[in-house]
Each structure stands twice: as structure tokens, then as C-alpha cells.
Design a protein around this ligand. Structure first.
Ligand SMILES: *[C@@H]1O[C@H](CO)[C@@H](O)[C@H](O)[C@H]1NC(C)=O
Ligand SMILES: *[C@@H]1O[C@H](CO)[C@@H](O)[C@H](O)[C@H]1NC(C)=O
Ligand SMILES: *[C@@H]1O[C@H](CO)[C@@H](O)[C@H](O)[C@H]1NC(C)=O
Ligand SMILES: *[C@@H]1O[C@H](CO)[C@@H](O)[C@H](O)[C@H]1NC(C)=O
Ligand SMILES: *[C@@H]1O[C@H](CO)[C@@H](O)[C@H](O)[C@H]1NC(C)=O
Ligand SMILES: *[C@@H]1O[C@H](CO)[C@@H](O)[C@H](O)[C@H]1NC(C)=O
Length: 560
């Protein structure tokens, strides 16, 4: 224990005197350091697993661990990361309110870059099934960038992990819009960090269309740019596989025009167990090095998924020490044997022709090439303060409730002749309602307000079992008119600005006439139905409303 602490302290002190890490940039399909040499990701996933669903359902906190804010753990783990011979870690969930100086500086001092996912479990990502690119998600991403932009060892920011799946691709335009807006923001702060996405593996047609969609040339829209680095979570290589295992993938990605790498690899439960990591020799030699830029072994910490465990470092009960397994030793041996193939160099590399966008196809790629607009905080905030009936969160964990209430309220609004088109978006048709970019709580308040107004503003129509309150300060013109005046350019694409410091989302100052106890007085059918029974509440919630991210950081479903 004493030796371990001395070692760690030495490593930390050493970091202070080391000069900044070389910037890594992309030119065409390759990554280069400032001296013009090839850069390959030789790394490992470094993230304590997200909580399980029963933990989340209990409302317990914190629901994710920010490993880069845990100085003692970073100090404990650094010697092991160094022993692996890595140059990159991938972290999946950080908390932008916390301080990451110590971990980031230790890693930088050890020559280790960070690929950082901007997403969080639950509602902190573009959702697979009900995708939106909205102010809440944009602001979360920007806050995370704000917390990490000062570090010299941020290699890339991932704007999503496994959001699109072979059976659900409709999130693609939203992910692309996220990449566009994050790229514009990084440019505006002179950050050279790469913009990445980590895809789930699947049928070739799905993977290739996803990769092409995120990289393809949309120069007709000058504000649009592609991702820089496409990650594939690939578990194809099992055990001591043939080194032709990746040949199919290699030819499919040979002409890809942005950098590609394996954002996770390391199949388990193969023969033999433990993992041999023989894929590393193949990944870091020709012909693969002509196509790919390395990869991230999965995973330092244990990550239980569908009968797999994946971990290589077991933390002691008191968090003070680490025990490594044979997977770890094998990985260290393979990684330490890698010599980067410095070909082509930046000077000799040719930039490939732009990747063509995949064709929209009802069966194969049911995805529109029309992207949603940049989420506009000021337009949405303007609207929020002008709505007549606003959502009042009964608890700090209102996210699931909002999803259900949107479904319920939309059902009621449609019943009384309204629509939910303004808050809806559709990545298959490329039709985006003008409020689709706003925070879910604002969308909900908008639907509440429409219902209340369609019911002639009877008090009981603004209750929703006590989840809504009347805003008497709202202008009398109504919700739709407020949307028209606040959201003047509903399809605008622009460079977002850093959001204000994090404050709880609060409803606008509401009147005292909060109608938490609807006891009658309402005379319209809709209001009576709402006050009278729970029937309506069961209806559309599941269909329309659930904003719970489907990826509760279960990590992977394609593990081999
Ligand atoms: C979920 O996590 C909690 C807390 O970590 C644990 O006690 C429980 O056994 C887990 N449940 C399942 C079904 O894995
Ligand atoms: C982030 O950290 C802050 C400050 O400790 C804490 O209040 C907040 O709950 C954390 N957020 C999450 C999602 O854990
Ligand atoms: C397979 O391994 C051999 C020997 O290491 C190497 O020369 C060859 O390029 C590899 N083939 C592929 C497809 O990686
Ligand atoms: C160990 O660290 C984890 C975070 O990785 C934390 O949740 C847990 O409470 C810690 N346990 C102890 C005994 O400190
Ligand atoms: C997720 O929901 C919680 C409330 O449950 C909220 O505080 C948080 O801001 C939401 N995050 C995003 C990105 O919408
Ligand atoms: C809000 O709506 C939910 C139903 O979705 C209900 O259970 C709850 O009682 C309502 N009111 C409050 C104050 O939570």
C-alpha cells in the first residue's frame, strides 16, 4: 500500500513538469499529431457502470459515477493505466458541476488523452425512440464542454453512444444536428477537439448507412459539417480469431472520408477465456492501419451486460486498491508490443472524395436528410414565460412524469380539437414542429396551455391532478400566438452560445391561483373527463410521452 501511494504521488508530480500534449487533428480519414505523424487511439473504457433500472426507479442518487472527479480513484488507477501502455481513455458520464483538474492533469502528465461522451444516463441523450434535439440536451452538452475545454488532453467529444439501432434509425437527423451545432460551438471557442459518435454494431447495411450519414457532404447547407471520428462498438473478434476477421469491415470502410476507430472492442466468453487480445496485432498493422485509427478495449471497470462482465480491474471494498485479472495482463502485453505504423504521414496523405449521403429508403434507411434546427434557448425561454398554464414539477425527478403527462395532455388536446404537431418531430419525414427544440417541460406547458385555452380557461382545465398551475402574468393572446412571436425563425441554424450556469428548471412565476384541488366548476367535457377519473391518464402516455432514454447505459447489446 505504501509503495503504491509513493508510486502514484511520483506519477502525479511528474505530470506537473511535462509539456502540454500534442494537439491531435483530423485530415481526411486519418488523425495526426502536430508533428505530422499518424495518431492511433490505443485505449480503454474507463467508467464505473451506470446504475440498474431498479436503482433508478427508486429515485436514488447519484445515478451515475463521475470517475474523472474522483481524485483518489484516479491516483489509485493511474499506475495501472500506465502499465497497460495506453494513450487514451473513454469516459461515458461526467458531471459538469464537479472539478476534474486533478484527474485530467494526472492523465495528461501520463500522455493519456480522453474521449469524452457528452451524454448522461436517463434523459441526458438524444433518445432512440422519441428523438429530439432540444435546448436541455444541447445545454447539457455545452456545460460539459465548458467544464473540459481548458484541458489539453481532450481528444474528442462523443455526441451519442448507440443511439441509432438497426430497428430504430429515426434519431439520425437529430444526432447529425447535434454534431453540427457542437462543431460550430467548438469552432467559436477555437477548440480543436474532435466531434465523434459511437455506433452499435449490426448488419452491414445499417452500420454503413449510419457511418455515411454522419460523415457525408452536405455542403449545400454551409452551416452543416460532418463528424470527425466515427466509433464502432465492435465485438466481432472472439478468442484467437483469424486475422482475416476484420477483412469485410476493412473493405467497407476503405473509402470512408473521416477517421474511424473501434470505440469499444474485446469480446468475452470466447474460447479460450481469458481474453487474449490477439486482435491488437491485426488492428495496429497493415492493412487495418490504412483504414482504422485504433480502438478502446472494453473495459477497465466491470460492466455487466447480458452475461458478460468485461472488467479487468476489481476495486477493493474500501476503494483503496485494485486487483487485476488475466485479461488485464494480456492486454498490457499486447498494447506494450504495439509500434504505430506511421503511414501515411500528414504530408503524404491524400484526402478521399467526400462520402455520399445514404439515400432515404422506406425499408433500408428510413431517415430524412433534412436536419432539425439549432435549439434556441432565448426563443424557448420567451415562450415559457408567455404560457397560460404551466407545469409545476412536484419532485426534482420529474423527467418520467413529464413524458407521461405529455402523452396524457396531447390525448386530451386532440379530443378538444387541438394538435400536438408543434411539439412533435419526425426524423423519418424531416418535419420538425416549431417547439420540438424546446425543453420537455416547456413543451408540456405549451400543451397544458392549449388545453386550458381550448376549454375557455376554466380553472379546472389547468390542473392535471395538481401538476399544472395558472400563470396569470401570461399575455392574453394564447399559446399559439406566443409561439409565433417568440419563435420567429423556427428552422434557424446558428452557432449556439454557452448556456447560463446550471439552475433548476423552474416554471415562470405563477399566480397564487394554483388549482391543485379541482373540485368542479368545469363544464366542458374534456375538463370533466380529466377531473373525473384516471381513464384518460392511461391512454397515450406510453405511445407519445416517454422521454426516458432507452439507453440507460446498459452499454452494449451486441456483445459477442
Ligand atoms: C440494482 O442495484 C442495486 C444497488 O446497486 C442492487 O442492490 C440490486 O441488487 C440491483 N438489482 C438488480 C436486479 O441487479
Ligand atoms: C452533479 O454534482 C452536483 C454537485 O455535487 C450535484 O448536486 C448533482 O446532483 C450532480 N448531478 C448528478 C446527475 O449526479
Ligand atoms: C495477418 O497477419 C499477418 C502476419 O502478422 C500479416 O502479415 C497480415 O497482414 C495480416 N492480415 C490481415 C488481414 O490483417
Ligand atoms: C467507492 O467508490 C464508489 C464510486 O466509484 C462509491 O459509489 C462508493 O460509495 C465508494 N465506497 C466507499 C466504501 O468509499
Ligand atoms: C433530466 O431530468 C431532470 C429531472 O428529472 C432534470 O433536472 C434534468 O435537467 C434533465 N436533463 C436534461 C438534459 O433534460
Ligand atoms: C401529477 O400526475 C401524476 C400522474 O401522472 C399523478 O400521479 C400525480 O398525483 C400528479 N400530481 C402531483 C402533484 O404529483
Amino acid at each position: 500500500m505504501v509503495n503504491f501511494l509513493v508510486l502514484a504521488a511520483t506519477a502525479f508530480l511528474a505530470s506537473v513538469s511535462v509539456r502540454a500534449l500534442s494537439k491531435v487533428s483530423r485530415s481526411g480519414k486519418y488523425l495526426f499529431t502536430e508533428d505530422g505523424n499518424r495518431f492511433f487511439v490505443k485505449g480503454i473504457a474507463y467508467q464505473t457502470q451506470g446504475r440498474n433500472l431498479s436503482f433508478l426507479a427508486s429515485g436514488s442518487h447519484p445515478y451515475h459515477i463521475d470517475n474523472l472527479a474522483d481524485n483518489a480513484a484516479c491516483t489509485r488507477d493511474l499506475p495501472f493505466l500506465q502499465k497497460l501502455g495506453i494513450n487514451t481513455i473513454r469516459a461515458y458520464s461526467v458531471n459538469s458541476s464537479l472539478n476534474h483538474d486533478a484527474c485530467m492533469s494526472m492523465l495528461s502528465g501520463a500522455g493519456i488523452y480522453v474521449i469524452l461522451d457528452l451524454t448522461l444516463p436517463l434523459n441526458g441523450s438524444v433518445d432512440t425512440n422519441l428523438p429530439a434535439w432540444s435546448t436541455n440536451t444541447l445545454d447539457q452538452y455545452l456545460r460539459t464542454i465548458g467544464a473540459f475545454k481548458k484541458y489539453d488532453n481532450i481528444l474528442a467529444y462523443n455526441i451519442g453512444n448507440e443511439v441509432m439501432s438497426p430497428t430504430a434509425t429515426q434519431a439520425a437527423p437529430f444526432i447529425m444536428a447535434a454534431a453540427r451545432d457542437i462543431r460550430a460551438y467548438l469552432n467559436s471557442i477555437s477548440s480543436s477537439a474532435l466531434v465523434g459518435y459511437a455506433a452499435i454494431d449490426g448488419p452491414a447495411q445499417f452500420v454503413d448507412s449510419t457511418a455515411d450519414f454522419l460523415a457525408c457532404d452536405r455542403s449545400a447547407n454551409s452551416a452543416t459539417s460532418s463528424i470527425d471520428i466515427f466509433g464502432l462498438n465492435n465485438y466481432e473478434w472472439c478468442g484467437d480469431a483469424a486475422n482475416t476477421t476484420f477483412s469485410g469491415l476493412n473493405s467497407r470502410f476503405a473509402d470512408y472520408d473521416v477517421a474511424a476507430y473501434f470505440s469499444e472492442f474485446g469480446s468475452e466468453n470466447c474460447n479460450p477465456t481469458p481474453r487474449l487480445w490477439t486482435e491488437i496485432s491485426t488492428m495496429f498493422s497493415a492493412p487495418m492501419t490504412g483504414v482504422w485509427s485504433g480502438g478502446l478495449a472494453f473495459s477497465y471497470f466491470g460492466a455487466i451486460s447480458e452475461g458478460h462482465e468485461f472488467g479487468m480491474a476489481v476495486v477493493s471494498a474500501d476503494n483503496s486498491s485494485i486487483t487485476t485479472n488475466a485479461d488485464f495482463d494480456n492486454l498490457a502485453a499486447k498494447y506494450n508490443g504495439v509500434t504505430f505504423v506511421n503511414s501515411p504521414t500528414k504530408a503524404s496523405a491524400t484526402v478521399p472524395a467526400p462520402t455520399a449521403c445514404p439515400t432515404t429508403d422506406a425499408a433500408l434507411w428510413p431517415v430524412s436528410d433534412t436536419l432539425p434546427p439549432t435549439p434556441d434557448d432565448s426563443a424557448c425561454d420567451c415562450l415559457a414565460s408567455a404560457l397560460s398554464c404551466v407545469f409545476q414539477p412536484p419532485t426534482p425527478d420529474y423527467m418520467e412524469l413529464v413524458g407521461n403527462l405529455i402523452g396524457v395532455a396531447c390525448g386530451l388536446v386532440i379530443n378538444v380539437g387541438g394538435t400536438c404537431d408543434d411539439i412533435s418531430s419526425n426524423g423519418q419525414t424531416g418535419v420538425y414542429g416549431r417547439l420540438a427544440m424546446c425543453d420537455p417541460t416547456i413543451k408540456l406547458s405549451y400543451v397544458f396551455s392549449q388545453y386550458y385555452e381550448l376549454n375557455h380557461r376554466v380553472t379546472v382545465a389547468c390542473s392535471f391532478l395538481g401538476n399544472a398551475t395558472i400563470n396569470s402574468a401570461a399575455p392574453s393572446g394564447g399559446a399559439a400566438a406566443a409561439a409565433t412571436s417568440c419563435i420567429a425563425s423556427p428552422s434557424a441554424v446558428f452557432t449556439p452560445r454557452a448556456p447560463p450556469i446550471l439552475l433548476p428548471v423552474a416554471p415562470p412565476t405563477a399566480s397564487a391561483s394554483s388549482s391543485t384541488n379541482p373540485t368542479g366548476g368545469g363544464s366542458t367535457g374534456g375538463a370533466m373527463a380529466l377531473a373525473g377519473g384516471r381513464g384518460a391518464w392511461a391512454g397515450l402516455g406510453a405511445v407519445l410521452g416517454c422521454v426516458l432514454a432507452s439507453t440507460v447505459w446498459t452499454l452494449l447489446s451486441a456483445a459477442g
